[in-house]
Ligand binder design. Structure first.
Ligand SMILES: [Zn+2]
Length: 95
């Protein structure tokens, strides 16, 4: 056991922060591509809706940054192609 073992919380601690992240419209969020490092609003990305999942590609290098699918098992959202997602704070609200 090391000195940091008593310093963590379980994943329930993320409930509030992640609700703030995923509740707003994310199309204005800035996405940093994990492949080329390009930074663009999500709305500027290329979306291919006809695959089994909606596939989101970087407008700079065309790498896949996100995949979104929904079926009877639930919603699957993969974003391994995103290095960083920045969601601007809403006006008049504090974090
Ligand atoms: Zn890219």
């Amino acid at each position: 056991m090391n000195a940091t073992d008593d310093r963590y919380l379980d994943g329930n601690a993320l409930g509030g922060p992640l609700a703030e992240l995923f509740a707003p419209d994310l199309t204005a969020a800035t996405v940093t591509c994990a492949n080329c490092g390009g930074e663009k609003p999500l709305a500027a990305h290329q979306v291919y809706p006809d695959a089994p999942a909606m596939v989101v590609r970087c407008p700079g290098c065309t790498s896949v940054v996100m995949r979104y699918a929904s079926d009877q098992r639930g919603i699957r959202f993969e974003m391994t192609g995103v290095r960083l997602l920045i969601v601007a704070e809403r006006n008049g609200e504090t974090a």
